[in-house]
Design a binder for this molecule. Structure first.
Ligand code: NAP
Length: 473
């Protein structure tokens, strides 16, 4: 078999594994297999590329090894971040992906320009090059800024930064970059071409920043998944430039899955996809200032245990706080104890509970809670009025009734889990602090709601002890 055939074979298997990986990752049952298949696909892709380099007598191994070492040095600590920081970690990897695509495009252009290689700089290749650097560098700065916002880096404003004529000036800059691109396509070897190329790079870097600053922290994860799509499209363009079919298919998979995820998240948060794309989230509602006079009722874990073991149906609503506290294993203990006492226990899963899609599924799967008892929001809401107890564990915005009723609320219109419709509500959180959206939650002030203040892991641990201590009824 010739080296070229071997490379293409490796690429083909790699493509198939990438596709299977996406398919498997869409179900918690097969997600682990999906991850391994993705890693396998990437390994084969790298192996294929290296085989190609070696077969064509490439001599720059040390550069490749150096890049491997550098990538591993950056990647290893990145892989160690806690699950709650995964959205910003993901943004950083998109930033690196975008930067890599941008740099490869830049190197290719200057290589061909230096050689005055008219045959290489066909209009098609120049269009691909322009798309590659535009999307690559835009993804780079945009993702760095998005990661910084999510990490709450001090010098990056959390609030949306808006000014008059923002969208118009952004569009004008984009049009300027496109005009430079068109000029380059028409005259790739003109004396001013390197300047035009550099101009596009600068505009793209600026554009990434300008696109992100009008968007508040709350919408950042959605934006990150859009940037994922941009990074993917940039890789597609790079595939055309390098004539590498695997890059084209892998980039297209990356681009389309990022886009689909963004649309799903927009729906779950009732955001218009168009608005996310064009960064028009200027609203800076300062809800939450009112309502301070209202009082919470707190209760003891002991009486919560007593109420729960008398129940027929207990619905647990996990949220970001369960992730912070790493309470999932204690949740499992409580689940087991209640089931043993004949109580039906279901988990209500909101699509954007936590800080990334599937966050709750991952944690509950880690604690080996059966998938059958994880019920999606739309499905469980019908059962809420029949629930004797809803146990809210570190969730806030996803159970806030203001999303249904308060037109001035920043989360108005976001679909929520109807915890307020249950017969009784127990809510675990550490303080009276609001959730991600920074607003009060009427649910906590209802007559039927009892607060169990404390760290979710500690409270669930105590609840498990109380339930275990009871001899049943
Ligand atoms: P949330 O609104 O952020 O509320 C989490 C609550 O957990 C807080 O009120 C906090 O109160 C409590 N908490 C924190 N640490 C705790 C601990 N150790 N023990 C007990 N409680 C703790 O969370 P959510 O209800 O899951 O809602 C998710 C939010 O993130 C939504 O606004 C959603 O739009 C946004 N978001 C999610 C995604 C996604 O993909 N999942 C993407 C974008 C945005 P205390 O500080 O008082 O403890």
């Amino acid at each position: 078999m010739s080296a070229e055939t071997l490379v293409q074979l490796l690429y083909l298997v790699s493509t198939a594994l990438f596709i299977l990986s996406l398919k498997w990752m869409s179900d918690p049952e097969s997600a682990r297999k999906g991850v391994f298949s993705g890693v396998g696909a990437m390994t084969l892709a790298v192996a294929g590329t290296l085989t190609g380099v070696l077969a064509t007598g490439g001599t720059h191994y040390w550069w490749i090894l150096g890049a491997f070492a550098l990538g591993a040095a950056v990647g290893y600590p990145l892989a160690q971040v806690p699950l709650t920081a995964v959205p910003q970690r993901t943004a950083l990897s998109h930033a690196f992906g975008g930067l890599a695509a941008g740099l490869v495009g830049t190197a290719k252009f200057f290589l061909y320009y230096g050689q005055k290689n008219e045959a290489a700089l066909t209009p098609f290749i120049v269009v691909a090059l322009v798309a590659e650097i535009l999307l690559g560098f835009l993804t780079f700065t945009g993702s760095i800024l998005a990661a910084g916002k999510l990490q709450e880096v001090k010098w990056i404003p959390q609030r949306p930064v808006t000014y008059p004529g923002q969208n118009a000036s952004n569009l004008a800059l984009f049009a300027l970059a496109l005009a430079l691109g068109v000029a380059l396509v028409l005259h790739p070897l003109a004396p001013w071409a390197p300047w035009a190329f550099g101009g596009i790079i600068l505009l793209s870097l600026a554009f990434g920043v300008l696109l992100i600053i009008p968007i508040g922290g709350a919408d950042m994860p959605t934006v990150i998944s859009i940037l994922n799509a941009y990074a993917g499209l940039s890789a597609v363009a790079m595939g055309f430039v390098l004539n590498n079919k695997l890059l084209i298919t892998a980039g297209a998979l990356d681009g389309s899955s990022g886009l689909i995820l963004s649309v799903i998240m927009c729906k779950a948060m009732n955001r218009s996809f168009f608005n996310v794309l064009f960064g028009a989230f200027g609203q800076t509602t300062t809800a939450g200032a009112e309502g301070e006079a209202k009082a919470y009722k707190s209760d003891s874990v002991e009486s919560a245990a007593m109420v729960m073991e008398q129940a027929d149906l207990v619905v647990i609503v996990p949220g970001y706080g369960m992730a912070v506290a790493q309470a999932q294993h204690k949740v499992r203990e409580v689940y087991d104890l209640l089931k043993k006492k004949g109580v039906t226990v279901k988990f209500a899963i909101h699509p954007v509970a936590g800080r990334m899609p599937g966050h709750m599924n991952v944690l509950l799967a880690e604690a080996e809670i059966p998938y059958d008892d994880l019920v999606e929001m739309d499905e469980i809401n019908g059962d809420m009025p029949q629930a004797d107890v809803v146990l809210v564990i570190g969730a806030n915005d996803v159970v806030n009734p203001a999303a249904r009723s308060d037109k001035n609320s920043p989360i108005y219109g976001m679909p929520i889990i109807d915890a307020d419709k249950a017969r009784a509500v127990y809510a675990i959180k550490r303080s009276k602090a609001p959730g991600f959206a920074g607003i009060d939650n009427e649910l906590y002030f209802l007559d039927k709601t009892f607060m169990l203040f404390g760290d979710a892991k500690a409270v669930m641990g105590e609840l498990a002890r109380k339930l275990a201590g009871e001899s049943g009824h």
